[in-house]
Design a binder for this molecule. Sequence first.
Ligand code: URA
Length: 210
Amino acid sequence: MTEHLTIVTHPLVQHKLTLMRKQDTSTASFRRLLREISQLLAYEITREMEMTSETIATPMEQMEAPVLEGKKLALISILRAGNGLLDGVLELIPAARVGFVGLYRDEKTLEPVEYYFKVPENLEDRLVIAVDPMLATGNSSVAAIDLLKKAGAKNIRFMCLLAAPEGVARMKEAHPDVPIVTASLDRCLNEKGYIMPGLGDAGDRMFGTK
Ligand code: URA
């Protein structure tokens, strides 16, 4: 991918996103819509995966048929909201390897602190797709990608549902080599760090915790 930011403007994505934004959309619908959109975003983010071919036999004859090249890709969920995107992408790419990065925000320093990190082996040989629905300040995304690079990842992409200009700028400064794929670039962050107009707290909405 050459663009730093790709906004997927496909009508199905945009329609489903509008349903997700509505405040009276139920938890069950929110989860289903997130899963559906995640697959459409995955279609876009994997568009340029490397291919090779193998000889196969159809019931009719032999042919050279295209297959994905290289090691299985790694999907990395940034906890906890990343899991809502992860589930849908895994349905589409069931052989993917999966990792998790857990970060919390230190109340004093406001910096992200790692509490969980478990990722597949040989990250350096894989396409690594980090998923988190909301790219807000960018602090946790930047920190998660720092950790992935430290673990060896070289070819990383970032998938989110919504992005704020502040988060995109922060990612571009810290990780200009990591393309971002999103369904929308929203207006701004509010004083509490929420994306406006956004959809509220993605984790609470998908897990029904509020
Ligand atoms: N995280 C969320 O869940 N929502 C926002 O608007 C910003 C960060």
